[in-house]
Write a new protein. Structure first.
Length: 107
């Protein structure tokens, strides 16, 4: 009985923490003024928030086939998110003529 309560508390803390991180990242996306800053806030929040939620789900499921599926989804997301962020940043660099005024660009 004690072990299931401990697992529940750990899972609840991880899932609630992940949701909080994603909510803060969403607030940052709406609050920041340039596309590059918004992209950074979204990418960081996604990586940590989804990771914490998925880890909480793994604690809920225990060691099972469902846990392996959740790990596969997490690995796929962690591979896809940086690629999407890179493509968005490349698009912003190519289309924004005033990028040097908005962001620090090394010369």
């Amino acid at each position: 009985m004690e072990l299931s309560l401990i697992r529940f508390v750990i899972a609840a803390v991880l899932i609630a923490g992940g949701i909080a991180v994603m909510c803060i990242a969403t607030f940052g996306v709406f609050r920041l003024n340039t596309a590059m800053k918004r992209m950074h806030a979204a990418a960081m929040g996604d990586s940590m928030g989804i990771g914490m939620v998925m880890l909480g789900l793994i604690v809920v499921y225990g060691l099972s086939a469902s846990s392996l599926k959740v790990l596969a989804i997490l690995a796929l997301f962690w591979c896809a998110s940086p690629v999407c962020s890179h493509l968005l940043a490349k698009l912003e660099v190519m289309t924004n003529l005033n990028l040097e005024d908005e962001c620090e660009v090394p010369k």
